[in-house]
Design a protein around this ligand. Structure first.
Ligand SMILES: CC(C)(COP(=O)(O)OP(=O)(O)OC[C@H]1O[C@@H](n2cnc3c(N)ncnc32)[C@H](O)[C@@H]1OP(=O)(O)O)[C@@H](O)C(=O)NCCC(=O)NCCS
Length: 323
């Protein structure tokens, strides 16, 4: 079949949003027993944005989604699907996607959340792509949005310095041709629940809980899982490591980014890195990094992109996209 006969999900626009307040490592070290040197050396993080009381997962998501719609040249009535990835919804229910839908004025279309923590955007992307390719949607908003600052234990210096808040969004549209999502692979392994989790929940403690992590073990699994899923998705989509123009990884830690790129033999210049200024924003991190590199003109039309992420569950996945 010629490429012109294949229906694909094409990225038509990107957008992102960050809370107003940016916190440096030096500022953080006034309230947490840490230092700028420790954080930079172990993680590459210099800054993170932290939501104020009036900033929520839905408000950040709405701003990012509106920018993505504007970039795509679409209006609210064009959107027929909203998939929002988050582990920090405004409320346990309804889905934050429906709050965003109402704010954008896309009322009536399909809207729901997916929960796959830091891999959430890859999961959301895959669901939206499947619905587009089966004809269930034509123009989808895929959003990753988080306010992780609200589930951090600010007494636990081993975790609270690592995360930040933010949102990223894309518009995916159905188009025939050779552009768009060429392949996606997702995985989960619930055996690793206790390495990265939140110690509360609506159906257990009746509280939201705080993030808990065994950082060293997560690090080890991340590098192995990410390198392996990247190889899988490249093989599935018939692409080679050399053909990748940009790797857009989940921004957890600069050392994980460097180690994964090295394991794959990818030059560091092809890896989009925003962890230094955003820290780990969970489901928001991949679309935030993507939007950053689209807007600073590094990413150009026809470039081959690979998105990847790994997070609590464990969950992990990767997607190959002709932009
Ligand atoms: C979290 C992480 C940066 C910690 O680095 P590490 O080299 O594994 O460090 P450890 O946890 O073993 O701690 C080493 C020492 O630093 C100390 N330390 C931990 N956090 C600190 C901080 N913020 N400031 C200063 N010291 C700190 C520890 O107390 C420990 O001290 P000790 O040796 O006296 O006991 C690293 O494990 C990591 O990046 N893991 C992956 C996490 C991740 O990306 N998770 C999200 C995936 S979605």
């Amino acid at each position: 079949m010629s490429d012109n006969a294949i229906l694909r999900s094409v990225i038509k626009g990107t957008g992102s949003a960050l809370p107003r307040t940016r916190v440096s490592n030096a500022e953080l070290s006034k309230r947490v027993d840490t230092t700028d040197e420790w954080i930079v050396e172990r993680t590459g993080i210099h800054f993170r944005h932290i939501a104020e009381d009036d900033e929520t997962t839905s408000s950040l998501a709405t701003e990012a989604a509106q920018k993505a719609m504007d970039a795509a040249g679409l209006v609210s009535s064009d959107i027929d699907l909203i998939v929002l990835a988050t582990a920090t919804p405004d409320q346990t229910f309804p889905a934050t996607a429906t709050i965003v839908q109402d704010r954008l004025g896309c009322n009536g279309c399909v809207a729901f959340d997916v929960a796959a923590v830091c891999s959430g955007f890859l999961y959301a992307l895959s669901v939206a792509d499947s619905m587009i390719r089966t004809g269930a949607a034509k123009h989808a908003l895929v959003i990753g949005a988080e306010t992780f600052s609200r589930i951090l234990d600010w007494e636990d210096r081993a975790t609270c310095v690592l995360f930040g808040d933010g949102a990223g969004a894309i518009v995916l549209s159905a188009e025939f041709g050779d552009k768009g999502i060429l392949g996606t692979r997702l995985h989960a392994d619930g055996a690793h629940n206790q390495l990265l989790y939140v110690d509360g929940g609506a159906g257990t403690t009746g509280t939201v809980g705080k993030l808990r992590m065994k950082g060293r073990e997560v690090f080890r699994h991340a590098v192995v899982n990410l390198a392996s899923v990247l190889r899988e998705v490249l093989e599935e989509s018939g692409q080679s490591i050399d053909s990748i123009d940009w790797l857009i990884p989940h921004q957890a830690n600069a050392r994980i980014l460097d180690a994964t790129a090295k394991k794959l033999g990818m030059p560091a210049e092809k890896v989009i890195k925003t962890v230094d200024v955003h820290a780990n924003t969970s489901a928001a991190s991949v679309p935030l990094a993507l939007d950053t590199a689209v807007r600073d003109h590094r990413i150009k039309r026809d470039d081959l992109l690979v998105l990847e992420a790994m997070g609590g569950g464990f969950t992990w996945g990767a997607s190959v996209i002709r932009y």
